[in-house]
Design a binder for this molecule. Structure first.
Ligand code: 4NP
Length: 163
């Protein structure tokens, strides 16, 4: 039997691709697998800047995710490329600065694919996942609270719209 291509592909984007977007990728991936949709949804993450290319997630992000049963250790940072805008169905920015940077890079005809991640979290007034890089353990835990809610909302949206 021929392998079916994934139906939906999602790219999570933050600044450095070592804290927020790999956490979102890992948490969403875990939810997708629990829902039995591993072969249906492709996930990846990237940063708008290239400071940390090739590095694993920040130790604090690894530890915070591990406390919730999510393993991010296999992920490596990369920078967003123009081809990503045609390769992925949805390119999800973790905050509005990331969104502006993505829009500046994105070809006009692909802009409808670029959205704010927390727009998928229903009933939230918070629009940005705050950058925890200069914060402490609590900031990483709060980041994961927001990411778990956004990922759940995103999965519900995909199930309703596509899957
Ligand atoms: P992220 O966090 O965008 O969530 O990966 C950051 C990581 C690194 C830096 C800033 C934010 N930095 O300035 O190196």
């Amino acid at each position: 039997m021929r392998e079916q291509p994934a139906l939906v592909s999602i790219l999570f984007v933050c600044l450095g691709n070592i804290c927020r977007s790999p956490s979102a990728e890992g948490v969403f991936r875990a939810q997708v697998e629990t829902a039995g949709l591993a072969d249906t949804v492709t996930t990846d993450s990237a940063g708008t800047y290239g400071f940390h290319i090739g590095r694993p997630p920040d130790q604090r992000a690894l530890a915070a995710a591990r406390r919730r049963g999510v393993d991010l250790s296999g992920l490596r940072a990369r920078q967003v490329a123009v081809e990503d805008f045609s390769r992925f169905d949805l390119i999800l920015a973790m905050d509005r600065d990331n969104l502006a940077d993505l829009m500046a890079l994105c070809p006009e005809e692909e802009r409808h694919r670029v959205r704010l991640f927390l727009d998928f979290a229903p009933g939230f007034d918070i629009r940005d996942v705050p950058d925890p890089y200069y914060g402490g353990e609590d900031d990483f835990d709060f980041m994961l609270d927001l990411i778990e809610a956004g990922a759940r909302g995103l999965l519900d949206h995909l199930c309703a719209a596509h899957l």
